[in-house]
Design a binder for this molecule. Sequence first.
Ligand code: C5P
Length: 416
Amino acid sequence: MSAAATTPPADDAELAGRHVVLGLSGGIACYKSAELARELVKAGATVQVVMTEAAGQFVTAVTMQALSNRPVYTSQWDARAPNNMAHINLTRDADALLVAPASADFVAKLAQGRADDLLSLACLARPIERCALLLAPAMNREMWAHPATQRNAAQVAADGAVLLGPAAGDQACGEVGDGRMLEPQELRDALIAHFQPKLLAGRRVLVTAGPTYEAIDPVRGITNLSSGKMGFALARAAADAGAEVTLVAGPVALPTPRGVRRIDVRSAQQMHDTVLPLAPRHDVFVATAAVADWRPAQAAGHKLKKADGHVAPAIAMVENPDILATVARLPDAPYCVGFAAESHDLVRHAREKRQRKGVPLIVGNVGPDTFGRDHNALLLVEADGEHEIGNGHKLALARRLVVEIARRLPAAGAAR
Ligand code: C5P
């Protein structure tokens, strides 16, 4: 896996109802396209595979047919279509055309508008305004860095294609550098992101996530059971909705969502010191982190040892700063959203928390039911009352929350 690993897919099929044409041009990365086809199908898409002759040198049409559950198109002379115009028909009911891998030669062909095989014909003949063309380049690093390829890539992007990657890393040729095709799950997620309404385009969103860790001594500390999953899902949903997202994460091992800037911190104080200068430069602040309320007043410089007589050490505690309340009080505060994880009396506690923190919106969830899990149930608590946004996978809920937040923001360009 490349460094930018992906969030696991929501169990709601996020590509349900989408018809995707998956094109393969010639390159060793074709072996990953088999898994990509499977990922797209698992995410609910119908997938029509089109292969160039060169792609057929790397993976067979039999494999791709078995995985996509549809006969594969390999030739512009395919007589199966009654009108014999496969190159036109292919994209008429498609929501997107994804070429993965897109070889250097294929990108060059597209840059010139050439169309001498079925896949390049289909790219040229697609209805440009409603069937996006996404390209996942894959080639040797020298081929990618070559000025001709760079020129061609810039040209196809200017013509409206979306370039996904390439990533840097080990290459099949044994060299290391830019040119690796993105992993199948990354391409799946990029396609899912492509289909999300860009409700937060032009907005900057700051998210805190995960637990904090408050050191007692060099080897022990106080933390909590927050997994960070809700905050990471929210960062991903906001980025997919077009926002520029900064994620300040406590100690969790989750992969960074694609396109999100992540800053890792450990303690509440570090989270506070990181968030405060960033907050005024953001339009929205969502505090999902389970920040420790207290920390040991003084972390011991050496590991505490069992004293004679086994007397437990008394650890003096001091209160941590309340990050959300502090940000909400800033004169140029972003739109602030807090989370309330309660074990009982959710509505009462969430209402009280909203007042105390001085924020317009608190999202309530029952902590013990959701910590570490993939599912959650959310309740929105604001000045004029409460309403549920239902239960489900955290990513699906995060997408719903993004819709709710976008609806509450002042129009872009309006003074805060
Ligand atoms: O006060 P309580 O921890 O219950 O409030 C929860 C909300 O406040 C969450 O949004 C959490 O991220 C935020 N919070 C914070 N800084 C703290 C404590 C909580 O930002 N020190």
